[in-house]
Design a protein around this ligand. Structure first.
Ligand code: SF4
Length: 379
């Protein structure tokens, strides 16, 4: 861990009004459970506050899901107050909330801003109604436009839009149209994910039964490079495989903790935590989560102790997904491995193939390397 960095706090709100066809995140369509869930969440905060876990101070809070914007303004307000009384939150903390187009009014957004939410992540996914329908999203392109405008009007100066590309029937030209529409809002942050098909999702079944396919490798690379080049032209830094920021200060400080092995505490059903080489995660069942906490039991379902070798591999894997790459001296100090010596031959080949570069004490992926980041980790 880099000592000067504080941990991140993640809160998982596991409710959605309906499931998107591609989604494998844990959420259920049972908003009637929200009041009991919030009570359980407050109990979980008290549980960790009184534990001996050295995670009591945070400089990022991330309300994700599920659909956090299904919580009423009052519930969000209560939740943030509870977080501030349970933990030490840095004065300049980044406080992000995910919102879904169609759920939020201008007044709701203004209230969020007043209560300290200073970064909004909007699940736009597409500005094409046909694609939104195909993905099983509840909202329209028009609602995505409205919420993006309303977020600005509410005073948010750090807005991220999530987009998906590589949907059946969408070529690079059509995708770039959605990207241009997104750019017209001048968001501070863009996450552009290639559609992936997770087993057990309706979309996985549909692709199989209708003989649809994801973009072939070469087409996927076309999407990737077209996105990166267009966003570079527009002044965005491609700082992680799927993430772009209008300058370093707009990178997601919270998500960067995941990529840099900084500790984080996850609250809520299915939330994951990481600290001191140990990872643990809560039960992915809202009812069990509520019941366990009401009986004074831990919500933690499972945990794993990462070996020194696993930590070193993970740090390599995660670091090579970011444009910053890996600080070689720090890596050696933390993991006892001098990468330049231990991986001399492989790194030489990767440099020759233009996939990584070694400069100023850092090992970083090039843009071509970022495009194949998953395989780079196998070095
Ligand atoms: S809104 Fe988000 S979490 Fe909910 S089903 Fe859709 S993709 Fe999944």
């Amino acid at each position: 861990m880099i000592k000067s960095e504080q941990a991140g706090l993640y809160i998982h709100v596991p409710f959605c009004l309906s499931k998107c066809a591609y989604c494998s995140f844990y959420s259920i369509a049972a908003p009637n459970l929200i009041p009991e869930f919030i009570k359980a969440l407050l109990r979980e905060m008290a549980f960790w506050k009184s534990s001996c876990l050295p995670l009591k101070g945070f400089d990022t809070i991330y309300l994700g899901g599920g659909t956090p914007s299904l919580l009423s303004g009052g519930q969000i307000h209560d939740l943030l107050n509870a977080v501030h009384s349970a933990f030490a939150i840095a004065p300049q903390a980044e406080i992000t909330m995910e919102v879904n187009p169609g759920d939020v009014s201008p007044e709701y957004l203004r209230n969020l801003r007043t209560w300290g939410v200073n970064r909004l992540n909007i699940g736009v996914q597409s500005f094409d109604d046909g694609i939104l329908k195909f993905l099983g999203r509840r909202h329209s392109a028009r609602e995505a436009v409205c919420v993006s405008d309303a977020a600005r009007a509410a005073g948010f100066d750090n807005i991220g839009l999530d987009l998906i590309y590589g949907v059946s029937g969408q070529d690079v030209r059509l995708w770039i149209q959605t990207l241009e529409r997104a750019l017209s809002f001048v968001p501070e942050h863009l996450s552009c994910y290639q559609l992936s098909l997770e087993a057990q999702t309706p979309l996985f079944g549909r692709y199989r039964s209708e003989g649809l396919s994801l973009p072939a490798e070469s087409e996927a690379l076309d999407f990737f490079f077209a996105t990166s080049h267009r966003l570079a032209e527009a002044g965005y830094r491609h700082y992680e495989v799927s993430n772009f920021a209008r300058g370093n200060s707009f990178r997601s400080r919270h998500n960067m903790k995941y990529w840099r092995h900084i500790p984080y505490l996850g609250l809520g059903p299915s939330a994951h935590s990481f600290c001191a080489g140990r990872r643990w995660w809560n039960t992915a069942d809202v009812a069990a989560y509520i019941q366990n906490l009401s009986e004074g039991k831990t919500p933690v379902w499972q945990s794993e102790e990462l070996s020194a070798e696993q930590l070193a591999l993970e740090a390599l894997f995660l670091g090579l997904r970011t444009q910053d790459g890996i600080d070689l001296e720090q890596y050696q100090a933390l993991h006892g491995v001098d990468l330049l010596t231990a991986k001399k031959q492989t790194l030489g080949q990767l440099v020759e193939n233009g996939l990584v570069e070694i400069r100023d004490g850092r090992l970083s992926p090039t843009l071509s390397g970022l495009a194949v980041a998953d395989s780079l980790a196998l070095i």
